[in-house]
Design a protein around this ligand. Structure first.
Ligand code: KG4
Ligand code: ZN
Length: 327
């Protein structure tokens, strides 16, 4: 069995995964959404303190598995330095106490493997990662062959939802709040410009759209009845930006398997727009189960199993955090 730990942002999670069967034997996550909500975003020091409280509480529950553990997998990159260190320090302590090796997991690979919880891997696959930290298109051939073909030049898709929600004083995380508000709004009321629509590059950018929304919110002033139309128009253009770039990608690439992963892959409108885009290309769409879209330790454990089988183990001394990913 593999014990896995996730603490790269604002979710403290621990899982136990069986190596031979990929079976998820235990998974528990404690989220900090309520604590960060009043700030409209994640406050790193507060997040670190909350991990320090939550992780030992969850660890207590997995003690019965300790004698059967073969390794500890932990998210070491990318993420907030002060929160990554919480999970990594705990992983090192367990590894020393139980005399077992460590597995250094990249959180982005974790999101890819959220597709394969209790399942076999399915490659090659083109994967769109949309989360709070990333908007990234990757061609994945295997655990170690991951080529990033496009990423955001500034804000990410999920982050832009968080910032728009903050502008409207709605709280955090913004994704589900904006999605909910947008349901009854007019998607065409605000004619926001699609980011990079004239650029031949396959890349993403959300800072310009975010600023256009900021102006619309300012202009609405006290008239909060306009917020639902702003939210709907924003969600429409934020998603359209992605489908326009994917359309470009599909002009020269014909992936048979396409997946959307990450916390923001829960967005219903984005999902429906991508589904419509994929239909004529006969590409199969893969989505993680909703409970594994956002950060969790089950996906880290699933990667851990593959890395364990590949012999990719590290010692306590060799394991370090890296806030920026090399993928
Ligand atoms: O993957 P995740 O849990 O954390 C990171 O790795 O960043 O993603 C969290 C992000 C947040 O920005 C949140 O607002 C966004 O995912 N999100 C959504 C939705 N649900 C969560 N964004 C848009 N629509 C949603 N329904
Ligand atoms: Zn994530």
């Amino acid at each position: 069995m593999i014990l896995s730990i996730e603490s790269s942002c604002d979710d403290s999670a621990i899982a136990i995964t069986e190596i031979a069967t990929n079976k998820l034997l235990f998974h528990k996550k404690i989220s900090q959404e309520i604590e960060h909500s009043i700030y409209g975003g994640v406050v790193p020091e507060l997040a670190a303190r909350l991990h320090a409280e939550a992780l030992p509480k969850i660890l207590e529950q997995v003690k019965p598995y300790f004698s059967q553990l073969k390794a500890v997998a932990v998210t070491a990159t990318p993420g907030l330095a002060v929160t990554l260190i919480e999970g990594v320090t705990m992983a090192k302590a367990i590894a020393i106490a139980l005399k077992i090796p460590l597995i250094e997991v990249n959180h982005l690979v974790g999101h890819i493997y959220s597709l394969f919880i209790e399942k076999e891997e399915q490659f090659p696959m083109t994967v769109l990662l949309v989360s709070g930290g990333h908007t990234q298109l990757m061609e994945v051939k295997s655990l170690t062959e991951i080529k990033t073909v496009a990423k955001s030049m500034d804000d990410s898709f999920g982050e832009s939802f968080d910032k728009v929600a903050k502008m409207m004083g709605l709280g955090y995380p913004g994704g589900p709040l904006i999605q909910d508000l947008a349901k009854d709004g007019d998607r065409l009321k605000y004619n926001f410009t699609v980011p990079l629509h004239q650029s031949p590059l396959i890349a993403f950018s959300y800072s310009g759209l975010k600023n256009a929304v900021r102006l619309a919110v300012l202009e609405a002033g006290e008239d909060k009845s306009l917020y639902k139309d702003i939210a709907a128009s924003f969600e429409h253009i934020a998603s359209r930006h992605i489908t326009m770039k994917l359309k470009k990608y599909f002009k020269t690439n014909r992936p048979k398997n396409f997946a959307i992963v990450g916390g923001a892959s829960a967005n219903i409108y984005l999902r429906s727009q991508i589904e419509a885009l994929l239909a004529p290309h006969k590409a199969e769409l893969y989505l993680s189960e909703l409970r594994y879209c956002a950060d969790n330790a089950a996906m880290i454990g699933r990667v851990g199993v593959e890395m364990y089988k590949a012999g990719e183990l590290v010692s306590v001394a060799a394991l370090d955090i890296a806030p920026k990913s090399n993928i």
